[in-house]
Design a protein around this ligand. Structure first.
Ligand code: ADP
Length: 334
């Protein structure tokens, strides 16, 4: 898949780690989830129990991994990280679970992409802290029950709706992360600039915040790109003018739409007359995976009123036509 502004690359991990808030109090925004989660953790602490399993849902880059790390840190417990796609066999999961100690936090990113047998094993582990490990094949196969010490599962998914009901039901708490407001992103940009030693003006920060697609990961990424620009093409200070020139160079427009966003609404309007068109057809037209279009581009486009998901397919809104500088076709009768 093409590099998008919403997906993290390899070299980015270290910087991201350095910029991660370490406590619930350091987390900017998400007031509701923060308060709810704080209560879950505090209650568990008072009772001396491991907290209920937690499901975090929301588009990429909004803080799911960060919150998982904070849950472990606040409980003083080690965090084990894995992801749905990494668990291809139930055996992979069994070996992770059998290595856990009481109170450990297990983070499963992209939990909706786990294989079916692993998922079924996980139901049992979540509910009864026990799994059946099957040894051998065919008629001679035997299931050996294995006890697992109580642990807390933190699952992350881009859309809670993608999870099968039985799995969703086994989480004691579900937190939905929302896109961030510009003033929250502004705080994040200031905080990150401080940590990275970047000099920036208030209007420079506000400009980056406005164009960050409501997403902290993108805010941090744009800050670093603008910093590069400030260093090479200006005097190192991130001003509004520097931010605008840099973001234009990186093809992030005034409303924060990036190349993928524009190519989705562009294809929708130019090739499909504004839709409705099916997701798969649209994905092929922009040369991306279905999941990338659906989970990375669409949530932002829908939330900002550029695209509508209808039972008959994706439809461009008048705002999308206007943003592309195109005249919307007349509304068809009926
Ligand atoms: P996700 O797991 O949802 O894809 P992450 O937790 O990896 O997102 O967050 C991506 C980056 O954004 C992190 O490096 C973190 O620094 C930053 N970030 C996310 N949420 C917040 C927040 N609420 N406050 C400050 N920074 C945040």
């Amino acid at each position: 898949a093409a590099e998008t502004l919403a997906g993290a690359g390899e070299d980015e991990r270290a910087v991201e780690a350095a910029l991660r808030p370490r406590t619930l109090d350091e987390v900017v925004g998400q007031t509701r989830v923060r308060e709810q989660l704080g209560l879950v953790l505090e209650a568990a602490r008072q009772r001396g129990r491991t907290p209920d399993h937690v499901l975090l849902s929301g588009p990429p880059g909004l803080g799911k991994t960060t919150l998982a790390m904070i849950i472990a840190a606040e409980m003083g417990a080690p965090l084990r990280l894995t992801s749905g796609p990494a668990i291809t066999h139930a055996g992979d999961l069994a070996s992770i679970l059998s290595g856990m100690n009481e109170g450990d936090v297990l983070f499963v990113d992209e939990i909706h992409r786990m294989s079916r047998p692993a998922e079924e094993m996980l139901y049992m582990a979540m509910e009864d802290f026990r799994v059946d490990v099957v040894i051998g094949k065919g008629p001679g196969a035997t299931a050996i029950p294995l006890e697992i010490p109580p642990f807390t599962l933190v699952g992350a998914t881009t859309r809670a709706g993608l999870l099968p009901g039985p799995l969703r039901d086994r989480f004691g708490f579900t937190g939905h992360l929302e896109f961030y407001e510009a003033d929250e992103l502004d705080l994040i940009v200031h905080r990150s600039a401080g940590l990275l030693g970047v000099e920036l003006t208030d209007d420079g920060s506000a400009e980056i915040a406005l164009r960050s697609r409501g997403t902290p990961r993108i805010a941090n990424r744009l800050l670093r790109r603008v910093r590069d620009f400030a260093q090479v093409r200006a005097d190192g200070v991130v001003t509004i003018d520097v931010a605008r020139r840099a973001l234009e160079l990186y093809e992030v427009d005034e409303l924060g739409l990036d190349r993928l966003d524009r190519s989705v609404i562009g294809a929708l309007c130019r090739r499909f007359g504004g839709g409705p068109v099916g997701l798969s057809t649209l994905a092929v037209a922009v040369g991306e995976e279905r999941e990338t279009v659906e989970e990375v581009a669409e949530p932002f486009l829908v939330r900002n009123g550029f695209l509508a998901r209808t039972p008959r397919g994706r439809v461009a809104t008048p705002a999308a036509w206007a943003h592309l500088g195109l005249a919307a076709p007349p509304v068809a009768p009926g």
